[in-house]
Design a protein around this ligand. Structure first.
Ligand SMILES: Cc1ncc(COP(=O)(O)O)c(C=O)c1O
Length: 413
């Protein structure tokens, strides 16, 4: 029997903030959280907000709940818990990783970054120049905003140690072929560090299947609390220089990579992300997979179908409107596009659009979204930036229609 199509009433009932009448379309900035997450954070703070440890029942309870949160994240990525570092944000995790890898790179060796991506998986790698590392830039095709594999092939050499790129751009919404890129880089002898922040809210990520060395995403954009997640292959994490205190030791994973330890209540609250997906799975799946990663993948497939419908509706309008310049692909297919749409409107400042949308009860945003390099490459002034409307699975076709009619009014005025 076929699985159910996404039951939006069921989904939306999990999100207390969706009761406020707004069409929330700034999900790429930060998604809303289901009540399961709110409940787990509140429970932890109410029942066991103490130093987790083994010295008392309450400390053991705190430790067990944090462990469960950690295991939830590992299951999301199909990783081992010791390969998962939970930190305050993706930006912070990249800074930690860059410091941890720095000493293993020799002067003259190369790190490749892109001009497509958010600055998080970018700026702190560029700073390795201060340590004699050569930084090379994989540039987008300025006509299409695409990172092309032939361009990367021309940059790779036996000096390449690391290539940093995104699974999906937070501006164009276009996924990159991570597995293929990882293979190219590995063949050249390098490692990859993938920013999965803009992809993780929309699709299942299997770090083993992708064969990535490092993969990062932000839970607060993936229906969770404000935390960042970093996966690293065990062999690399063991070799990296510890970033916590010397007495934690170089074999102590993931602790050595987590200066200051993760936020306790939010790590425990992450269990609520798993509970949310499990509740959706129980409601929608006829033949659920036998592990959490598999059930999440099945749910993401169902969500993807709904997101494709939202994208198709929006693209039908935005890709064809004469005054709208849409950045990125005009294909709704989920393999080709996440429902994150950045655009400019001829004759209208991008910065003026969100306040106009606000009058229609629509929350969107405008700016460079911390990825000014790609806007510059496309000839868009990063100071004014682009308008961005980003949907996730809990958005409705009615909301997209409402957005379209508001944008028509703005563009046709
Ligand atoms: C694609 C992308 N990468 C990285 C980040 C940085 O994430 P964090 O806020 O967790 O540091 C963001 C945040 O907007 C993002 O959109």
């Amino acid at each position: 029997m076929a699985d159910k199509a996404l039951d939006l009433d069921f989904v939306r009932a999990f999100y207390p903030a969706l009761n406020d009448g707004w069409a929330f379309m700034e999900n790429a900035g930060g998604s809303l959280v289901p009540h399961t997450v709110i409940d787990r954070v509140r429970d932890y703070m109410t029942e066991c907000q103490v130093q987790p440890g083994d010295n008392s029942p309450i400390a053991r309870e705190a430790q067990a709940r944090m462990k469960k949160g950690h295991e939830t994240v590992a299951a999301m990525l199909n990783a081992e818990p010791e390969e998962i570092v939970i930190g305050p944000s993706t930006t912070r995790n990249v800074i930690t990783l860059a410091a941890a890898l720095r000493d293993s790179f020799q002067p003259g060796e190369e790190v490749i970054v892109t001009n497509l991506d958010h600055e998080a998986n970018n700026g702190h790698w560029r700073r390795l120049e201060e340590f004699g590392i050569t930084v090379r830039e994989w540039q987008v095709n300025p006509q299409t905003a695409e990172l092309e594999l032939e361009t990367l092939a021309g940059l790779l050499s036996d000096k390449t140690r690391l290539v940093c790129f995104s699974h999906c751009s937070n501006i164009t919404g276009g996924p990159n072929p991570v597995k293929e890129i990882a293979k190219m880089v590995h063949d050249a002898g390098g490692m990859v560090c993938v920013d999965g922040v803009a992809y993780a809210p929309h699709g299942s990520v299997d770090v083993k299947d992708l064969d990535v060395d490092f993969y990062l995403f932000s839970l607060y954009k993936t229906y969770g609390p404000h935390l960042g997640v970093m996966y690293g292959k065990k062999e690399h994490l063991l070799k990296a220089k510890g970033q916590y205190f010397f007495f934690h030791g170089e074999d102590n994973l993931p602790m050595k990579m987590n200066p200051g330890a993760p936020n306790h209540e939010l790590t425990a609250g992450t269990v609520g992300v798993g509970e949310y997906f499990e509740a959706l799975a129980a409601h929608h799946l006829e033949e659920p997979a036998n592990d959490m990663h598999g059930r999440m993948r099945q749910m993401f497939d169902i969500m993807a179908h709904h997101e494709e419908n939202l994208s198709a509706r929006f693209l039908d309008f935005a890709a064809n409107h004469p005054k709208i310049r849409l950045i990125g692909r005009s294909e709704a297919n989920h393999d080709r596009r996440a429902p994150t749409f950045s655009f400019t409107i001829e004759g209208v400042k991008s910065q003026d659009v969100p306040p106009m949308l606000e009058k229609h009860g629509i929350a969107a945003n405008a700016g460079d979204f911390y990825a000014p390099r790609v806007l510059k490459a496309l000839g868009i002034d990063p100071d004014d930036g682009a308008v961005r409307c980003s949907f996730v699975h809990y958005n409705t076709l009615d909301e997209v229609d409402h957005l379209i009619s508001a944008l028509k009014e703005i563009a046709d005025a």
